[in-house]
Design a binder for this molecule. Structure first.
Ligand SMILES: NC(=O)c1ccc[n+]([C@@H]2O[C@H](COP(=O)([O-])OP(=O)(O)OC[C@H]3O[C@@H](n4cnc5c(N)ncnc54)[C@H](OP(=O)(O)O)[C@@H]3O)[C@@H](O)[C@H]2O)c1
Length: 280
């Protein structure tokens, strides 16, 4: 049986960790891109122990540090001939405005730009694997918009706004990938995992933390939250749905704004320019 090689970000916690367990059980070879290697090794040990799958690998990659993304992609290229599944899952929301060392607002870089660069750098492996690229978005994309002038604007920063925008960008990115790389046999999918009990809101504080804590009793487990990602990584015959947005394992229509082709193209060229010096 051919081995499916899967690369995943954000597998040291929550939804990504549950996806790693589920795909390890399905005999995927897993490459976990993590910012905390010790935490990654601990997840690996638990996955190996519980599933018996030894083909689990940890690679350092901090999505808020573009140089580490390039280094992680180079490591993968030196180890692998191809990649069949890339799951861009890591993400977060931040109370306070903060620039990364690359000079971009943190939510924007973690949730979108870092994954943009990672995907581009992995493209030779993804093309050889006729890969599926899975971008973890959110229902919060509905209140997002592309406001190029203010991505890095400290004065106008609001955590939920920055997060919603980034989750809209995940859908724009998905549709762009589906269009640009269809001829290479690549497909791309975005999804909302549900409202999931993870470490997501434990890093928030004040009113935001309170707001999210109100939803806690209604949250689903990480295992349930992982289901749509696992579906997209493993289901047969998804090609015709490439570019789609999924909820509860079904293709659904995203908000109207997600279909704005001009905004999508604008985001692509903006992102391309921003990572240009890392993407040669
Ligand atoms: N939970 C929900 O209700 C919900 C709803 C809709 C969408 N989502 C999306 O689901 C995805 C996973 O979130 P989650 O709920 O599972 O949250 P989580 O438990 O906080 O997990 C986030 C993951 O991202 C990793 N990460 C954070 N910053 C990173 C960085 N700079 N570089 C590399 N990795 C980094 C974290 O690593 P550490 O372990 O080192 O912190 C962790 O593995 C996110 O994209 C989120 O937007 C979640």
């Amino acid at each position: 049986m051919a081995i499916t090689t899967t690369v995943i970000t954000g597998a040291t916690s929550g939804i990504g960790e549950a996806v790693a367990f589920a795909l390890a059980k399905k005999d995927h070879a897993l490459y976990l891109l993590v910012r905390n290697v010790q935490k990654g090794e601990e997840v690996k040990q638990r996955v190996v122990k519980e599933t018996g799958n030894q083909d689990i690998h940890i690679i350092y990659c901090d999505l808020t540090d573009l140089a580490t993304i390039v280094a992680a992609a180079e490591q993968l290229k030196s180890k692998l001939f191809n990649v069949q599944v890339l799951i861009n899952n890591a993400g977060g929301m931040f109370n306070k405005f903060k620039l990364t060392k690359d000079g971009f607002e943190t939510t924007f870089q973690l949730n979108h730009l870092g994954h943009f660069l990672l995907t581009e750098r992995l493209m030779p492996l993804l093309e050889k694997g006729h890969a599926r690229i899975i971008n973890v978005s959110s229902a919060m994309h509905k209140t997002g918009k592309l406001d190029v002038e203010h991505i890095n604007d400290r004065q106008r920063y609001a955590a939920t706004k920055a997060y919603s925008n980034s989750k809209l960008f995940n859908i724009y990115f998905t549709k762009s990938l589906a269009g640009r790389y269809a001829s290479k046999g690549i497909t791309a999918f975005a999804l909302h995992p549900g409202v999931v009990k993870t470490n997501f809101n434990t890093k928030l504080s004040g009113g935001l933390k309170f707001f999210f804590s109100l939803a806690t009793p209604f949250m689903i487990s990480a295992e349930k939250g992982a289901q749509t990602i696992v579906y997209l990584a493993t289901a047969q015959k998804l090609q015709s749905k490439s570019g789609g947005y999924f909820v509860k394992q079904k293709a659904v229509r995203p908000a109207k704004i997600a279909n704005d082709e001009a905004a999508r193209e604008k985001l692509w060229s903006l992102s391309d320019n921003m990572v240009a010096k890392f993407n040669t």
